[in-house]
Write a protein that binds this ligand. Structure first.
Ligand code: UDP
Ligand code: MG
Length: 192
């Protein structure tokens, strides 16, 4: 059976964890994948860790990692990567800004087209003016400086296969930017 690890970085997500777990679990069961959901509490100040423990008790496929303090989104995902050992890994924010149901389309795309990575791309219809335009400017600026071009409006909503996971596990950098690092590897990718 094909296996997948879902990595969910959580900073003060106690109100979103139940819905995230229920929606992602439905999709995983529909896709008939052997799964582990790895929820990383990045030094939250609310009841995020309590919620994660509740889910771990109810479902042995749900695991938690608790940071001593807030280290940031990228470190939370990297901690999940260190503990992943599956055919596929999916990173998704837990705040439900990106619908977990899209995993189905991403999984079909990666398997049918023999890809190594499928990125999610945001269309910004639910963000305020500042967030939207600062983000557009950031990608234009980044791409003007860098030889490695990254897709505009990509988010850390990404499905990777084991080859990419293996490369990420070799990474020793502490200050990482996954949206730049994954395209830099050069693996065959697409986006939805
Ligand atoms: N997050 C985290 N550590 C942080 C900030 C955020 O783990 O220091 C998590 C957060 O809970 C969410 C994801 O990372 O699941 C993205 O955070 P946010 O929604 O703030 O980012 P944005 O949507 O603005 O890109
Ligand atoms: Mg968000």
């Amino acid at each position: 059976m094909t296996s997948i690890t879902i990595i969910g970085p959580c900073y003060n997500e106690s109100d979103n964890i139940d819905e995230f777990v229920s929606r992602i679990t439905n999709i995983l069961e529909k896709l008939n994948l052997e799964y582990i959901i790895l929820l990383v509490d990045d030094g939250s100040k609310d009841n995020t860790w309590g919620k994660i423990l509740e889910h771990c008790e109810k479902n042995s496929k749900i695991h938690g990692i608790k940071f001593t303090r807030n280290f940031g989104h990228q470190s939370a995902i990297m901690a999940g990567i260190k503990f992943s050992n599956s055919d596929y890994v999916f990173f998704s924010d837990v705040d439900l800004q990106d619908p977990p149901e899209l995993l189905e389309k991403m999984y079909q795309k990666i398997t049918k087209n023999n890809l190594h990575v499928v990125f999610g791309k945001r269309i910004h219809n639910n963000e305020n003016f500042f967030k939207k335009y600062s983000s557009i400017l950031f990608y234009k600026f980044f791409n003007s400086l860098s030889n490695i071009k990254i897709n505009e409006q990509t988010s850390d909503f990404v499905l990777i296969n084991k080859k990419v996971l293996t490369e990420l596990k070799k990474n020793k950098d502490r200050d990482i930017f996954l949206r730049g690092l994954i395209p830099w590897f050069g693996f065959k990718s697409d986006f939805i």
